[in-house]
Design a protein. Structure first.
Lengths: 111, 115
């Protein structure tokens, strides 16, 4: 059974810092891994999707890497801004788009 | 192409009533997934449906919960005789198929409050 863990659970940084969010998973036989953003009381916004054959994906200030063999992914956020404050969720797709989610990292970027 | 549409966005039910949550997938998508997010917890998979078929319901509570995706119309998640512990955000996602290179797209969720 797939288990997904995100560390840290919460993170508070000053504006402008580069930061790394971590995600680990126990079953490396994955189709893909996806990073989402969730604002309080809102839905999920897909940030990046990495296929199992890929090592990383980039979108603007975001870069996500995937190391399938070690069961790890990282989300790198460059030059953080207060608007980046949200909960970031990592989700693993083992089959059929039935995703297993981590518990999330609550990020606060202070101006 | 509208995204995944869920309604209502907010639903309040008294204990013992029934809750019906609707999900219209993106145009061209025939695969629907329901997830539940309990307060202060992560999202958990509940059920995976295709048109007129339940493919995987391993995450559904055994009692009071049911889901359908009819040939015509939205997918429905039905909760009978709701209890306070059913209060949660329920998210629906859809995809064009379940292949390795496809992506599921999420709706904005329905927030159920049981009073």
């Amino acid at each position: 059974k797939q288990e997904v863990t995100q560390i840290p659970a919460a993170l508070s940084v000053p504006e402008g810092e580069n930061l790394v969010l971590n995600c680990s998973f126990t079953d490396s036989a994955i189709y893909n891994l996806q990073w989402f953003r969730q604002d309080p009381g809102k839905g999920l916004t897909s940030l990046l999707l990495i296929q199992s054959s890929q090592r990383e994906q980039t979108s603007g200030r975001l870069n996500a890497s995937l190391d399938k063999s070690s069961g790890r992914s990282t989300l790198y956020i460059a030059a953080s801004q207060p608007g980046d404050s949200a909960t970031y969720l990592c989700a693993v797709n083992n089959a059929g788009n039935m995703l297993t989610f981590g518990g999330g990292t609550r990020l606060m970027v202070k101006p | 192409n509208a995204g995944v549409m869920q309604n209502p966005r907010h639903l309040v039910r008294r204990r013992g009533q029934e809750a019906r949550l609707r999900c219209s997938p993106m145009k061209g998508h025939s695969h629907v997934y329901w997830y539940r997010q309990l307060p202060e917890e992560g999202l958990k998979f509940m059920v995976y449906l295709q048109k007129e078929n339940i493919i995987d319901e391993s995450g559904m509570p055994k009692e009071r919960f049911s889901a359908e995706f009819p040939k015509e119309g939205p997918s429905i998640l039905r909760i009978q005789q709701v209890v306070r512990g059913d209060s949660a955000a329920y998210f629906c996602a859809s995809s064009v198929n379940s292949g390795e290179n496809t992506e599921a797209f999420f709706g904005q969720g329905t927030r159920l409050t049981v009073v």
